[in-house]
Design a protein around this ligand. Structure first.
Ligand SMILES: [Ca+2]
Ligand SMILES: [Ca+2]
Ligand SMILES: [Ca+2]
Ligand SMILES: [Ca+2]
Length: 310
């Protein structure tokens, strides 16, 4: 439930920011440091330059932004007073699906990668969240509360919504595999929150984690061989990487903060993630083995939910 998960951060960080004097307390930005280059007003990066979409309240409202993958050259894509969260790139990089409550409840929207043509494609009175695209760009899987908490697939224009899980447990956070054949998700159907993989039509759900702790937020590596996820199995929320069949789970962060929401670079070499390490929610990136961590946002407001472009 990534949408809901942002709430305590936003509240916490808003309180923290106001307690420190609001905007005037923002971390000073060094314009000569490429990791904190501000870039407001520069407009979206060129379409052929890799970038990271993310959610920030840096302008006092929860909106979706993009930045280059080293941080900086930032552009704001949504400006609606409602919450705009959970960006997910289309496989061709031309569009971004996201979640907004601007029409009264959480819905899946699609916009152009420059923020144009924002369209509500789920349009249902229950909560619709966590979009993920099929690799051919024709369909979007998402989670919905319209009949319990289940995973659905719809056409990329919102047509033909079809429920593909059917279990009293919460089935959530779908992630479509790069070859299109499978969808990873998280469920508590066996009594504890674990990661599962099923066929893209919902068949053959198979549990691939086995830990009493909360395992969630699966993210396929671009070659489909591995899955990154977040887990509390070592007493604190960290990012892990495992083989796509669940083998060899390896912790790649080690920090008292909450390290969450992994997303892979297209070459599989880097993983961006959200963390509140250091007391403020930021977007970070690291090598896929956990080395060379850099703070990409570095601003005393909530920055979260990174999505690396194709
Ligand atoms: Ca907004
Ligand atoms: Ca809805
Ligand atoms: Ca941690
Ligand atoms: Ca921040």
């Amino acid at each position: 439930m990534r949408f809901q998960a942002l709430i305590p951060w936003v509240v916490t960080l808003a309180v923290l920011a106001s307690g420190c004097g609001g905007d005037s307390s923002d971390t000073p930005l060094d314009p000569n440091d490429p990791n904190v280059g501000d870039g407001d007003g520069a407009g979206p990066p060129a379409a052929d330059v890799p970038h990271i979409a993310y959610v920030s309240e840096r302008d006092g409202n929860i909106d979706i932004y993009v930045m280059v993958t080293t941080g900086g050259n930032r552009a704001r894509l949504t400006t609606h007073p409602a919450w705009d969260t959970e960006p997910a790139w289309s496989p061709d990089g031309d569009r971004i699906a996201f979640v907004s409550n601007r029409d009264g409840n959480p819905e899946i929207y699609v916009m152009d990668s420059d923020g144009g043509n924002q369209i509500n494609i789920s349009n249902h009175p229950q909560d619709d969240t966590s979009p993920t695209w099929s690799p051919d760009g024709n369909r979007i899987a998402f989670q919905s509360r319209r009949d319990g908490v289940e995973i659905y697939v719809m056409d990329a224009d919102g047509g033909n919504p079809t429920k593909i899980t059917d279990d009293p447990a919460w089935d959530a956070e779908p992630a479509w595999s790069p070859d299109g054949s499978r969808i990873a998700f998280r469920s508590d159907r066996d009594g504890k929150v674990e990661i599962y993989v099923m066929d893209a039509d919902g068949g053959n759900p198979t549990r691939i984690t086995n830990s009493p702790a909360w395992d969630s937020e699966p993210a396929w590596s671009p070659d489909g061989s591995r899955i990154a996820f977040q887990s509390e199995r070592d007493g604190n929320v960290e990012i892990y990487v495992m083989d796509a069949d669940g083998g060899n789970p390896t912790r790649i962060t080690n920090d008292p903060g909450e390290d969450i929401q992994p997303t892979w670079s297209p070459d599989g070499g880097r993983i961006a993630f959200g963390s509140d390490r250091g007391g403020n929610a930021e977007v970070y990136a690291m090598d896929a083995d956990g080395r060379n961590v850099s703070n990409l946002t570095n601003r005393l407001v909530a920055d979260a939910q990174p999505a690396w472009s194709p």
